[in-house]
Design a protein around this ligand. Sequence first.
Ligand SMILES: Nc1nc2c(c(=O)[nH]1)N[C@H]1C(S)=C(S)[C@@H](COP(=O)(O)OP(=O)(O)OC[C@H]3O[C@@H](n4cnc5c(=O)[nH]c(N)nc54)[C@H](O)[C@@H]3O)O[C@H]1N2
Ligand SMILES: Nc1nc2c(c(=O)[nH]1)N[C@H]1C(S)=C(S)[C@@H](COP(=O)(O)OP(=O)(O)OC[C@H]3O[C@@H](n4cnc5c(=O)[nH]c(N)nc54)[C@H](O)[C@@H]3O)O[C@H]1N2
Ligand code: SF4
Ligand SMILES: [Mo]
Length: 699
Amino acid sequence: MLQPERTIRSTCPYCGVGCQVDLLIKDDHIFRVEAPFDVAPNYGRLCAKGRFGMDYVTHPSRLTRPLIRKDIGEKPRQPIDIDGFREASWEEALELAAEKIAEIIKQVGGNAIGSFCSAKATNEDNYIFQKFIRGVVGTNNVDHCARLCHAASVAGLQIAIGSSAMSNSIAEMKDLDVFIITGSNTSETHPVISTFMREAVVNGGAKLIVVDPRGIEMTEFASLWLRQTPGTDVAVFKAMAQVIVAEELYNPAFISERTEGFDEYAASIMEWTPEWAESISGVPADMIRQAARMYATANAASIYWGMGISQSVHGTDNTLSLANLALLTGHIGRPGTGLNPLRGQNNVQGCSDSGGLPNVFPGYQRVDDPEIRAKFEADWGVALNPEVGLTTMEMVDAADSGAIRGYYVMGENPMMSEPDLRHARHVIEQLDFILVQDIFLNETGEYADIILPATSFAEKDGTFTNSDRRVQQIRTALPAPGEARHDWVITSQLARRVEEKLGRSKSAGFEFEHPEEIWDEMARLTPPFQGIGYKRLDREGGVHWPCPAPDHPGTPYLFEESFPRGKGQFSSIDFRSSEELPDENYPYILSTGRVLYHWHGGTMTRRSQLDHIYPEATVEINPDDARQLGVQEHTRVRVRSRRGQIEVKVLVTERSPQGTIFIPFHFAEAAANELTNDARDPQAKIPDFKFCAVAVDPV
Ligand SMILES: Nc1nc2c(c(=O)[nH]1)N[C@H]1C(S)=C(S)[C@@H](COP(=O)(O)OP(=O)(O)OC[C@H]3O[C@@H](n4cnc5c(=O)[nH]c(N)nc54)[C@H](O)[C@@H]3O)O[C@H]1N2
Ligand SMILES: Nc1nc2c(c(=O)[nH]1)N[C@H]1C(S)=C(S)[C@@H](COP(=O)(O)OP(=O)(O)OC[C@H]3O[C@@H](n4cnc5c(=O)[nH]c(N)nc54)[C@H](O)[C@@H]3O)O[C@H]1N2
Ligand code: SF4
Ligand SMILES: [Mo]
């Protein structure tokens, strides 16, 4: 058996569970991944991606030198492969990038730059990135994939309780009593969390209620499965609330002490009966009653959700309807109770925490609050822009209108992950300058003027913050490939050059030797992080923020005493139907999402051995629909929407409800986002990836 030359403790770079891993290294390869049995959050467990999906880091197509587009300056820009670029020195590439960015700032101002930071990169990488954008470029146009992800959960939870973080820790899950999973395919997208949930059911006798149109694996463990028509969640959850009020199953003490707006809310829902909800959602009224009673009468009950709730034109309303249930019953603020949006990317929590958002500095401190801004201005020694920046989708609109001239994209792949790719392509073709910083040449890099090669999680030190707000470390296990540099180093070097070109006499401060110094600067400016430092993380393995002081234990569950907004707010919401309903020409609903072995647009997983398991674009079709269409398992079909078309292979399966088809958005050659609609939730601005109308034709 191979013996490792060294074993390095780190954090899995895929999903928000944040599993702790031991990387076994020989000849500068990760030849095996193990999980320590005694460490949170995974206690020895890993899924297929953690175990077998790390080999992407040594894939031969890793970027090793800076690249410059050969036809730089030509418009409209075309996507090109690696041969369309030439290799350049760091000196040349950074100098040119700085020049281009400074030129746009001088000509039209910093607000003409749009930037995307990365939920794959570390807290420290993202802190430096937003410091550059705010402190040097002079704009708050910085956002990341959270906008396409839990934006509606954030918007809804902010209204209801004033905080959007998951209320419970992963450690509480094995002791659950009653819990609801809705719009989360947990066993494929948060696999290790799903094992604790299954344990709660199988060993602990917990009762699980699944609310999902798709026949996901967790339904096999459910006491109740409410299979609603896609897009009808508000009706189902509103009717559950109606039952709780009508049958007086609510918690009067909690309502009077901890909430406001109950009377008005209770009056507003009385006519929305389970029978009404059945007529809209197809879920039997009696099942809605049973679910309401099961949830309301539990000693402790919590709600877990994912993209089925958030990625909708009424995602904020969906979230509010879940929050109403928790506020009615007082199932929040105690162990095993709470509201839990399961965070997706390994560091999506941390990317937001570190200030990768257009309206807030690190720690959700508002950019338009003069006192907060003064604190950052004093520390960084530069004047800061008070105007809230643009979100991801607004930056696309601004690029379309010409208000944004340049993009800086670190560790994201919008040309696979944004809705309506035809439109996204049209927009990106027109930009004056695109700078991409990634570990691979992805579909977005193909449009770049300059690509800067970054190191991966296995080649650097830093921290990720997982779904339950636990700050954990990654550690250098391998040498950087070729000349690749750390993201925080690249952005710092770029920042200093841009400052020079702008003739700034004083730097905002990018002289760091190690990510620990960056963490310390961020913690100094961010009260909830002040008790967390690298030495403590080394000792304890991870700490849950908020952690305001070194002797504070950290906070595994939230809202014990009060909510950040004071009292919990009930919201009366109306059911609204989806944006683009099926019709004669486009008779099916298209839902998109993930499968276990895929990661988003495939940049990482298609360069891993995982690719052999599920290598081809597919569409799941219900057996009745397949019969009607005259297609069988493995028939190739063309799926068309009003925006585009792709070809995929049929999987006939009961997982898809009749009338709805499902396509994973993993394959560039059959990209689901050619079809999707960029209609958005009015508050959260999140697009609807779970509902648009399509036609299916056999080829
Ligand atoms: N293997 C793998 N794991 C991942 C990722 C990955 O790419 N691959 N990505 C990570 C990221 S960033 C994220 S955000 C998470 C996402 O994790 P999930 O949210 O679990 O992922 P999706 O596949 O988008 O699944 C959404 C679920 O919503 C359901 N759904 C569809 N329409 C509706 C509806 O109208 N109402 C309700 N209630 N449900 C509906 C679908 O049937 C599906 O079960 O996964 C993370 N984990
Ligand atoms: N149709 C459809 N579209 C969707 C969704 C859906 O459900 N359906 N879900 C949406 C959601 S929830 C999300 S989160 C987005 C995800 O969308 P993206 O964030 O755009 O997708 P990823 O493929 O995860 O992109 C990560 C990139 O980071 C790079 N990378 C990895 N590690 C590092 C690093 O250390 N440094 C740097 N610089 N780069 C690195 C990878 O090579 C890759 O190019 O997709 C959204 N799009
Ligand atoms: S559950 Fe998530 S963090 Fe854990 S091994 Fe799988 S992908 Fe990695
Ligand atoms: Mo996500």
